[in-house]
Ligand binder design. Sequence first.
Ligand SMILES: [Zn+2]
Length: 133
Amino acid sequence: MSKQTRKIYCCGCNADVTARLTTGAEVYSHRKDLHTLPFWKCDTCRNFVGCHHKTKHRTNPLGCIPTPEIKAARQEIHKLIDPIWKSGRVGRSELYGMIAHVMGVERYHTAEIKSIEQAREVYRVARDIGASL
Ligand SMILES: [Zn+2]
């Protein structure tokens, strides 16, 4: 078992935790296609996050460690915002910039959403932007 660890914010623990590098064979045992992919797991609450595995830094985490509830909320946000930028009415980075501006943050990234409240706010903001385009 891997001993590599890394400090990552964990939404389940509401804290920076020492996450452990593992693979899909552990966290997605029923998904053989994911078995070789890297994941960071919080051994306290057992939640985990995937990595930018297609890049040269293949174990860089996608963001903080989400709970299943936050993961589902992020997927809802993607279902809302992906069609907006894919429509070509606005570029992806432009749309993300608009969301960041309304949220009052420097940069917005869905993988950095840390709570359900934050996810709801992003959803509301993105819906309003989508309606205004
Ligand atoms: Zn945790």
